[in-house]
Write a protein that binds this ligand. Structure first.
Ligand SMILES: Nc1ncnc2c1ncn2[C@@H]1O[C@H](COP(=O)(O)OP(=O)(O)O)[C@@H](O)[C@H]1O
Ligand SMILES: [Mg+2]
Length: 225
């Protein structure tokens, strides 16, 4: 049995700008095991978000191969990658990315609809209760604070029992105290659901809570231990 859920082999990403070909990721190889938590750290512009997009199948690499949950991403078309994501991957982003016209409950049930399943209001309510928002389920994102919105996003991310959760600086837009709460919830939910976690963060103390830390610099993995 293959136990690695993510395996990147010599992955590069080159983008064309007006004047040049820009290499934003170069020769990145890494492996993440089932159930592991991995922090990706590095200065702004190091290529963390780009790497995450590739590992999660949101974008495609220029060269190299990525195996995600046993599937070679190069071999999948956009639609197949989208369905792999909606089946098995959860996301949390710095900017929450809730749908403004939907209530907290509707935002949390949305992944079911995208997966082609009926919305499970009971489960969504339980998840919102688990993040301390049981009394706010009918509120719109604009009626919620940043921390509350990110807790809704967390509940949404776990709605489909993802095998892997990708979190890109999930506390980047929150004050320290609120961030700490959101992080506790993230690790809690993660543990309860047995999810593999890939967490991009600037915060070295937070990174140290993960099983392993991948240090990136200028589009390369500098160390991974
Ligand atoms: N589509 C793109 N076109 C041109 N440059 C890009 C593109 N996407 C990312 N970059 C550049 O690649 C580098 C890495 O970006 P990113 O992965 O967002 O870094 P990080 O998340 O570590 O801050 C940055 O210099 C960024 O400006
Ligand atoms: Mg980034």
């Amino acid at each position: 049995m293959e136990s690695s859920v993510i395996k990147a082999n010599s992955v590069s990403k080159v983008v064309s700008t007006k004047h040049e070909q820009l290499t934003i990721l170069s020769d990145v190889s890494l492996e993440v095991e089932q159930g592991e938590s991995v922090a990706i750290v590095g200065t702004s512009g190091a290529g963390k978000s780009t790497l995450m997009s590739l590992l999660a199948g949101l974008d495609t690499s220029t060269s190299g191969e990525i195996m995600l949950l046993g599937k070679s991403l190069n071999a999948l078309d956009d639609e197949q990658r989208a369905s792999l994501r909606s089946e098995s991957i959860g996301f949390v982003f710095q900017s929450f990315l809730l749908i403004p016209s939907l209530t907290a409950l509707e935002n949390v049930t949305l992944p079911c609809l995208l997966k082609g399943e009926a919305e499970d209001n009971e489960k969504a309510t339980q998840l919102l209760e688990a993040v301390g928002l049981g009394h706010r389920i009918d509120h719109l994102p604009t009626q919620l604070s940043g921390g509350e919105q990110q807790r809704v996003a967390l509940a949404r991310a776990f709605m489909t029992n993802p095998k892997i959760l990708f979190a890109d600086e999930p506390t980047g837009n929150l004050d320290q105290k609120t961030a700490a709460k959101v992080i506790e919830l993230l690790f809690d939910l993660n543990k309860k659901h047995g999810t593999t976690l890939v967490l991009i963060t600037h915060d070295h103390a937070l990174a140290a809570r993960c099983d392993r830390v991948c240090q990136m610099n200028a589009g390369k993995v500098e160390s991974f231990q």
